[in-house]
Design a protein around this ligand. Structure first.
Ligand code: PLP
Length: 291
């Protein structure tokens, strides 16, 4: 069972709520229109990882939607309360922490904000170990649209994830585990819940590559942390544009995110690609040093 803690001016440490009974008004615009933003992060031993990066990104998403964003001083005690309650109920050292913010109930003029702490799904560690069969699926827009059309909220983490979830279901129905979206002009974008990272080793030079943010992808906090650690360890860094051939030619491809961390891609559209257990171990160890 998840733990819920609402941000509420009457409760400085957040208001604990029962996740087994209704807690939102049915008119909440987060529920009726997906009009809101969220973040998901991993907490270990009661400490949320990369909290500042997640709060910064969420503040950016909220600004894109013109939503009032509660300050970090309101989120932090609510997160601590949620993790203390989660430890009491589950006794589990790891938790998924979600921060959610909606435009609030219709006509109310105030947002709804809460923290949810839940167990980490077993599939996260499993997929990190076994790797992923991935389908390339069209996202339906070209890689220059984000800059022309800010109202599409590309690159913001909004609650409207129905398309992302539908893409993953489509992959499952077609014998794959996950998805890499491609743009209408044939560029690699991102996974429905992850950032694409490639490693290329050439003449002893090790390079990590990821698609460019200008293509409308979400700025991944895990990719950002990995790139900072890798640069310090002597890796070169590169930022798109990338095409499917780059995935096939790489020495390793991973879908990278806060909960699952680095999951190696084994095949793309049924065609095997290079998988390197050593590179996975090296990059996982690097990312652990900065989380
Ligand atoms: N891209 C999308 C669309 C996502 O939903 C996510 C995370 O959920 C990511 C990338 C990876 O972001 P992070 O590493 O911050 O978890």
């Amino acid at each position: 069972m998840s733990v819920l803690v609402f941000l509420d001016p009457a409760f400085p440490d957040g208001r604990v709520a029962d996740a087994s009974v209704p807690q939102l008004l049915a008119t909440d615009l987060g529920a009726t229109r997906g009009d809101g933003v969220f973040e998901s992060m991993l907490a270990v031993d009661g400490h949320p990882r990369k909290l500042e990066s997640h709060l910064d990104r969420m503040a950016g998403s909220a600004a894109a939607l013109d939503l009032d964003f509660p300050p970090a001083e309101h989120w932090e005690p609510a997160i601590s309360t949620a993790l203390a309650e989660f430890a009491r109920v589950h006794g589990d050292p790891q938790a998924v922490v979600k921060l959610l913010l909606t435009r609030g109930p219709e006509g109310a003029q105030h947002p709804t904000a809460w923290v949810q702490a839940s167990p980490v799904p077993a599939s996260a560690a499993e997929q990190r170990k076994t790797g992923l069969d991935v389908l390339l699926l069209e996202r339906g827009y070209d890689s220059t649209l984000a800059e022309r059309a800010p109202w599409l909220l590309l690159g913001s983490k909004t609650l409207s994830y129905a398309v992302n979830m539908a893409a993953i279901r489509y992959a499952h129905e077609h014998g794959a585990d996950d998805v890499i979206f491609t743009s209408a002009d044939g560029k690699i974008l991102e996974g429905p819940t992850s950032t694409v990272v490639l490693a290329v080793i050439e003449d002893g030079v090790k390079t990590l590559l990821t698609p460019e943010l200008e293509s409308g992808i979400l700025p991944g906090t895990t990719q950002g942390a990995l790139f900072r650690a890798a640069e310090e360890a002597g890796w070169q860094l590169g930022y798109g544009p990338l095409e499917p051939t780059h995935l096939h030619q790489a020495d390793g491809v991973w879908l990278v995110s806060s909960i699952r961390l680095l999951a190696p891609v084994k095949s793309i559209n049924g065609e095997a690609i290079a998988v390197s257990a050593e590179l996975s171990a090296e990059l996982n160890a690097l990312v652990e040093t900065v989380l």
